[in-house]
Design a protein around this ligand. Structure first.
Ligand SMILES: Nc1ncnc2c1ncn2[C@@H]1O[C@H](COP(=O)(O)OP(=O)(O)OP(=O)(O)O)[C@@H](O)[C@H]1O
Ligand SMILES: [Mg+2]
Length: 573
């Protein structure tokens, strides 16, 4: 009974079994892992690998609790390089299901088999077997009906299994994974040398096309992977994958750092697509903190957080100067919003050379991050040939690659925001004295708040002085702001700053405030711009980082490459 309770920690649902078994196959050095399930794994799960196999003795030990071949000495526990290390998985699975293992070591003629039925172990028998191991699990939870009741719908359980296979596949591109459900192929990811090809197999071409490689290294810490540059974004974290030493993890520190790296580039509630590989010395990470090993603990947590933020930011900076065509990435985000019952499509395995030349996202992605395409590095916006302005707010331009539309409002906002950010970084925002001071009427509570926030407001360019009971006079305002009534902006800022106490939130709030000011400072839409004004605006964009999004995350430019135009006109498919 005790073993069945413990098993619950490891085996929550059929997908947990699939995960544990794939991990064992990978630890056994398999280059092929085939999974066949029936009825979403509730009827049977069979996994076949071509790994190192087990001797008769190993096989008998493998299903004993705490029998692991992966930890030999005590010190090994502190530098775990394998996915498994506890010797828990097989005994746990064996206690809540009917299991048969058949295994043969490559150098042995004979193979062996063993059965475990609800925790009862049989003798080891000689058996005909291919090299490697096959494990057959039937009737999961047959002796724990309470657990069976907690299973979700077959579609949900199947989805969990697909997720497990996909994550494992992303982390191990050199391994061929195949998943069959009720006799049908659900996924077939042949081994690939280039991890980008694995991204295409698993995430689909549209999402993969929008992902750019990055890598970062300092001392014994390496961070690499692929990330989407905005405007590609998704309504949830479903395309965020992090791996620590090739182990998929859901780590709050890493996820937080990734999102912080994106900073103001994404709208609230929008998430990027990121596949991040973090490599740290085994001794610096504790992987034994979660029953399903989905969480880890870092010894140098803040250093890792900082490194991930830095790596993501650096990658995005390069990308911001090499905007990817918009239409293709936009399609990717629509694709993600639609929830297909089985969102895993199996593209035929294709060598990279087959990709159309114009698939710019992919072409860019093959270049190392450090070499951003030169032709965009400086002066991309100034190099645009402006045709004119339409609808009072879009600049229509020709670029070397095709057609570019620039949202003048978003562009202005980004320029103003970056200027403000630079000024703030050097002390405070440039201010101008108002000819006529403006009065802000405040409630008692607001008065107190405002008093506390006066120094902060001054850094933002607003100088206020008391003016009789219940009001303050605005004496100066940020120089970038056009002449206007500032009382609402000030009231809004006071209210927003009231919520800020914790220092880590302060930075985020400061940026939000800058965005508020930037938004007030810009030319409204529907204003006709002279050609010189348009050119000046584009030249300003070249001077700043992250020029491709407004501070609220809206895109500044939308590009149609010649290939996309040809697609639109059905000249190519
Ligand atoms: N597919 C396989 N090929 C070869 N050996 C295997 C395979 N699956 C399991 N084993 C052997 O069986 C042992 C027990 O596996 P089990 O998954 O229970 O424990 P573990 O992987 O060592 O640790 P954990 O409980 O953390 O997964 C392993 O240490 C390994 O020696
Ligand atoms: Mg294991």
């Amino acid at each position: 009974m005790a073993s069945r309770i413990a098993a619950g920690e490891v085996v929550e649902r059929p997908a947990s079994v699939v995960k544990e078994l794939i991990e064992n196959s990978i630890d056994a050095g398999a280059s092929e892992v085939f999974i066949a399930i029936e009825k979403s794994g509730t009827a049977s799960i069979r996994i076949t690998d071509n790994g190192a196999g087990m001797s008769a003795e190993d096989l008998s030990l493998a299903v004993e609790r705490h029998a692991t071949s992966k930890i030999k000495k005590d010190e090994d526990l502190f530098r775990i390089g394998t996915l498994g290390f506890r010797g828990e998985a097989l005994p746990s699975i064996g206690s809540i299901a009917k299991m048969e293992i058949v295994s043969r070591e490559p150098h042995n003629q004979a193979g062996f088999s063993l059965r475990v039925d609800g925790g009862k172990k049989s003798e080891v028998h000689a058996a005909a077997a291919a090299k490697g191991t096959t494990i057959d699990i039937r009737e999961i939870f047959f002796n724990t009906p309470a657990r069976r009741k907690f299973l979700k719908s077959p579609a949900t359980e199947l989805n969990h299994i697909c997720d497990v296979v996909n994550r494992m596949a992303l982390g191990h591109p050199l391994v061929h994974f195949r998943l069959q459900h009720d006799g049908r192929n659900v996924a077939d990811y042949v081994a690939v040398k280039d991890p980008l090809d694995r991204l295409q197999q698993v995430l689909g071409r549209d999402v993969a096309r929008g992902l750019k490689p990055f890598s970062w290294q300092r001392g014994d810490l390496t961070i690499s992977g692929y990330l989407s540059s905005a405007p590609t974004s998704f309504p949830n974290t479903r395309y965020l994958f992090s791996f620590v030493n090739q182990r998929y993890v859901r780590d709050k520190v890493v996820t937080h750092a990734v999102l912080q790296g994106y900073d103001t580039l994404l709208m609230k509630g929008q998430y990027p697509a990121v596949v991040l590989f973090l490599d740290v010395p085994f001794a610096d990470v504790d992987v034994n903190v979660h029953p399903a090993k989905y969480e880890v603990r870092f010894r140098r947590q803040s250093e890792i957080h900082e490194a991930v933020v830095g790596a993501v930011r650096q990658a995005l900076k390069v990308e911001a100067r090499a905007p990817a065509p918009y239409a293709a990435t936009a399609m990717a985000s629509w694709g993600a919003v639609r929830e297909a019952p089985l969102p895993y499509f199996i593209p035929p395995a294709r060598p990279r050379v087959d990709l159309p030349d114009g698939a710019a996202g992919v072409a860019l992605a093959t270049q190392p991050t450090s070499e951003a395409p030169e032709r965009y590095q400086s002066g991309f916006f100034s190099s645009l040939h402006v045709l004119g302005q339409i609808l009072g707010c879009y600049l229509v331009c020709v670029s070397a690659r095709g057609l570019t539309l620039v949202d003048q409002h978003a562009a202005h906002e980004r320029v103003a925001f970056e200027k403000l950010r630079a000024q703030l970084a050097h002390g405070s925002i440039d201010k101008q004295r108002l000819l006529v001071s403006q009065l802000v009427d405040l409630s008692g509570g607001e008065m107190m708040l405002l008093e506390q926030k006066l120094p902060l407001l001054e850094r933002y360019g607003f100088v206020l002085e008391p003016f009789g009971p219940g009001s303050y006079a605005i004496k100066s305002a940020p120089a970038l702001l056009p002449e206007d009534d500032y009382t609402q902006v000030v009231k809004q800022m006071v209210a927003e700053l009231a919520e800020v106490d914790a220092s880590d939130r302060l930075r985020q709030h400061l940026e939000d405030r800058l965005a508020t000011i930037a938004c007030h400072s810009v030319i409204r839409a529907n204003r006709k711009l002279e050609m010189t004004e348009m050119r000046a605006l584009l030249a300003e964009l070249d001077k700043i980082e992250f020029a491709t999004q407004c501070p609220h995350g809206r895109p500044v430019l939308v590009e149609f490459s010649s290939e996309q135009l040809e697609r639109l006109f059905k000249r190519i498919v």
